[in-house]
Design a protein around this ligand. Structure first.
Ligand code: DLL
Length: 433
């Protein structure tokens, strides 16, 4: 179902006109109300009157995560403080959290963006949505809640954790849709199998998963274990939370809500706009927000645009599902490696479970080593050690040929790697660089 055909299927020229008008407005508002942006625009000698086409956005300054941290907590506020009705923050594990302050209108934008998102995953007013994204400062829980309510579905505001209760509610209330991180969806599936619950027989038949990287193989795993359709949804606190882009039934790229969040792809090194279709860093400008709107925010997420028309009828541009982040790239002995590449190579190998951990160490010789801990199906452990040894060297060989680096593989028993109820932690980097 398309939640808002008027905007999602708008003719591209008409959408561009709307985007341009909103961009000019935004540039003027930010110049007038946010000293940080005024300084930046003065330094570049640019004002809203210099914006004549959407391409002119390149004249405007970028915003970075470091800027947000420096301006914590209220430095980016662009409307009177008494208009703010809700606040969310990222977890801030690597510094001060980044903050999003929402006016009532911003919450309405979020509702709309998330209604489109869940509708993309097949949600209708007849659905019972079991929402296991965390509630609180994290945007996942409230975002999915607002979206489901806007559609008129019934929401079970479970938050994450307490898996036994999740499974009980899923059975007793007949949930038809699941919203949570993909790693938590798999964790619940494992617990269900252990408790003898056959998820495939329950009414749950679709889910919207995101907030962390996941692969096509993980999607297949979730779809098989639940007998459901699993959709990728993307967003970030700084821009609105979830609701920035989402997959439709074609499951081929994520439609960007581009009338609300204007996307660009740039070369992360030079900051220059890349030709359409090239892979680079995703940048967003919030076109209609009032509380903490952002100009050209550098997400550090890596993807490319897919311009070919989508069979669903939406005309919004699609982004390929994420390849990783500019800042999660590991440089091992000079070779650039993304955790997603390791996951991709690993999951193609029969016998492994979808749980793994990448540990990076710097040895005495100052050379970096990657150890990959991989869970293996129980039957391998009860078998002769030769089979385990064969599997181990097969994984090492596969990784070596795909990534051009040597990875030490350690096979571990099922359930040894710590599970997460929110975003999974896949990398431990012990190097002190
Ligand atoms: O994770 C918002 C969200 C909630 C999205 C629920 C989807 C579902 P943050 O905590 O600010 O916000 O983290 C944002 O998470 O820049 C990406 O690096 C990553 N991320 C989000 N969605 C995906 C996805 C929420 N579908 C950061 N695939 C982003 C891969 C994702 N990474």
């Amino acid at each position: 179902m398309i939640f808002n055909p008027q905007h999602e299927c708008m003719e591209n020229g008409a959408r561009k006109k709307l985007q341009l008008a909103n961009l000019k407005n935004l540039a003027e508002t930010l110049y007038e109300r946010v000293p940080f942006y005024r300084k930046k625009m003065d330094a570049l000698g640019v004002r809203s009157r210099d914006i004549h086409t959407l391409e002119d956005i390149e004249k405007l300054p970028f915003t970075t995560k470091d800027d947000l941290r420096e301006l914590y907590p209220h430095g980016l506020l662009a409307c009177p403080k008494d208009r703010i009705v809700e606040v969310h923050m990222s977890s801030g594990t690597t510094g001060k959290p980044v903050v999003d302050e929402y006016s009532r209108n911003d919450i309405n934008i979020w509702r709309e963006a998330m209604a489109r998102t869940l509708a993309g995953g097949g949600c209708t007013k007849d659905d019972i949505v079991q929402n296991c994204y965390g509630y609180g400062l994290f945007t996942g829980g409230p975002g999915a809640h607002y979206g489901a309510m806007t559609i008129g579905a019934e929401v079970l505001p479970m938050s994450s954790g307490n898996t036994a209760r999740q499974l009980m509610v899923m059975q007793d209330f007949g949930s038809t849709m699941l919203t949570c991180t993909p790693s938590y969806a798999l964790f619940m599936a494992e617990e269900a199998a252990e408790a003898g619950i056959d998820l495939r027989k329950l009414p749950i038949n679709k889910g919207c998963f995101g907030a962390e990287p996941w692969s096509e193989n993980m999607r297949k795993e979730i779809e098989t274990r639940y007998n459901m359709k699993a959709y990728d949804i993307y967003g970030l606190t700084e821009i609105i939370g979830p609701g920035v882009s989402f997959e439709c039934e074609a499951q081929n790229g994520l439609h960007v809500n581009e009338d609300l969040f204007y996307p660009e792809i740039i070369d992360p090194q030079t900051g220059k706009t890349l030709p359409r279709g090239e892979k680079g860093e995703l940048v967003f400008t919030t076109l209609t927000k009032e509380g903490t709107p952002l100009l050209r925010y550098r997400t550090r997420d890596i993807t490319y645009f897919m311009d070919e028309p989508c069979e669903c009828g939406r005309t919004t541009v699609r982004m390929h599902r994420l390849f990783g982040r500019t800042d999660d790239m590991l440089i091992i002995r000079g070779v650039n490696v993304f955790p997603s590449q390791i996951e991709h190579a690993l999951f193609a190998i029969e016998g492994t479970e979808p749980a793994y951990l990448i540990v990076v160490n710097r040895g005495e010789s100052h050379l970096d080593d990657i150890e990959l801990q991989v869970e293996v199906k129980q039957e391998f452990f009860s078998d002769e050690t030769r089979r385990l040894e064969e599997l181990r060297s097969r994984i090492e060989g596969e990784l070596k040929s795909k990534l051009q680096i040597s990875v030490k593989v350690k096979l571990v028993e099922p359930k040894t790697i710590e599970r997460s109820i929110g975003k999974a932690k896949r990398v431990i980097d012990n190097r002190k660089i």
